[in-house]
Design a protein around this ligand. Structure first.
Ligand SMILES: [Zn+2]
Length: 377
């Protein structure tokens, strides 16, 4: 592993990666030249300065557009991962769309704002897991309940019954639908890269599923990663995904959320190395970026709401960058919805309201992380 970190050898991800990095570097320089201070001297530069935002209910495209044009160049953001899921007015399968979805015209405006700000727009649909809230299915399984890995769990089930649903990766019809949705969203965003989520998959290889019963979770997980990867690669898109199911929780002490206790982690050695891993840890700067780099993956560290954790991850990534080009950078996450994050960023949310807490903490963490990226921390 050490040799791989030092030399980058054994990394088949080289094809396309230098061009990608050059593009990101140009975007970063453009962004920093447009309003923020130059990066501090002496610090190792990372090519990816990313922000993740989500669309979990109908939102305000005009608000996003203003934020992208105003704040992202000032902060130095050069990648915006936009988790849209099924909140898009799909033409291929309209019945999958959630209510009041974002439209192609909205995404055109967002895309134009990103282009103006020197930001690459990376759309996201959560694949495999996160197909529901507690019990109630999101768009895909609502439209195609036959894709559900556990259709026996009622729609009004609470958190005690399940965390969230998965689709069955072995259902013969699921990929035809999913790939059409991904293609449509990628085209609407004019994307070169696509984030497929795949975090926190707990329902997998279920005994109640006639196709998956008795199968190895790592084989099933790797098979789905590869199916998604190969489809995106056939369209010229690089795949991004969350890294938690590839991490042995027992080895790294992560617990069952940001690491795997359900047998999926051996899949890490069975998938393409040109997948970009978003390595999320929110309470500790776990040393898993070095693990992913040692396996040959490009990696970004992904904090959420604790600035000290984000800054420790940044320090770790800069250290790794001095040894390997696979240490790509940082991706600040937010889990309150794009609108709330923007309002928190501008100080418009009431701190006394409990439900605003996550957005405010993410915005504070984001500002501290990006000040440090710019060399101001
Ligand atoms: Zn199944």
């Amino acid at each position: 592993m050490r040799r791989a970190i030092l030399t980058g050898k054994g990394n088949p991800s080289g094809r396309g990666a230098p061009q990608l990095l050059a593009l990101l570097e140009r975007r970063r320089r453009l962004a920093t030249a447009r309003g923020s201070k130059k990066p501090g001297s002496g610090a190792v530069e990372l090519p990816v300065w990313g922000l993740h935002v989500g669309l979990y209910r109908p939102g305000d495209a005009a608000l996003w557009e203003r934020f992208i044009r105003d704040a992202l160049p000032r902060e130095g953001v050069n990648v915006l991962v936009f988790e849209i899921n099924y909140h898009y007015a799909f033409k291929s399968y309209p019945k999958v769309a959630e209510s009041n979805p974002v439209t192609a015209e909205d995404l055109k405006r967002v895309g134009a704002a990103c282009a103006h700000a020197g930001v690459e727009l990376v759309p996201q649909i959560n694949c495999l897991g996160h197909q529901s809230g507690a019990g109630r299915s999101h768009g895909l399984l609502r439209a195609f309940p036959e894709f559900d890995e556990r259709p026996d769990i009622p729609q009004d089930a609470g958190r005690e019954a399940l965390y969230c649903r998965s689709y069955c990766p072995l259902h013969p019809g699921v990929h035809e639908v999913l790939f059409a949705l991904m293609d449509e969203l990628a085209e609407a965003c004019q994307a070169k890269q696509f984030h497929v989520g795949m975090d926190e998959v707990f329902l997998l290889a279920e005994e109640k599923c006639p196709r998956c019963r008795g199968k190895d979770p790592a084989e099933l997980f790797a098979g789905e990663v590869t199916a998604l990867h190969d489809h995106l690669a056939s369209k010229g898109l690089r795949m991004w995904m969350w890294g938690d199911r590839f991490i042995n929780a027992a080895e790294f002490g992560t617990g069952r959320w940001s690491g795997s206790e359900n047998g999926t982690w051996p899949a890490v050695d069975k998938v393409a190395k040109d997948i970009l891993i978003c390595d999320w840890h929110y309470v500790d700067a776990v040393k898993t970026p070095a693990y992913f780099i040692g396996k040959g993956f490009g990696v970004v560290a992904s904090p959420y709401r604790v600035a000290d954790v984000a800054l420790a991850q940044l320090e770790m990534m800069r250290h790794l960058r001095s040894q390997s080009d696979l240490a790509l950078g940082m991706l600040q996450t937010s889990w309150s919805g794009f609108d709330s994050f923007v309002r928190a960023y501008y100080g418009e949310l009431d701190e006394a309201v409990e439900r605003n807490k996550g957005a405010i903490e993410a915005a504070v963490c984001f500002k501290a992380l990006f000040a440090a990226l710019r060399g101001e921390g």
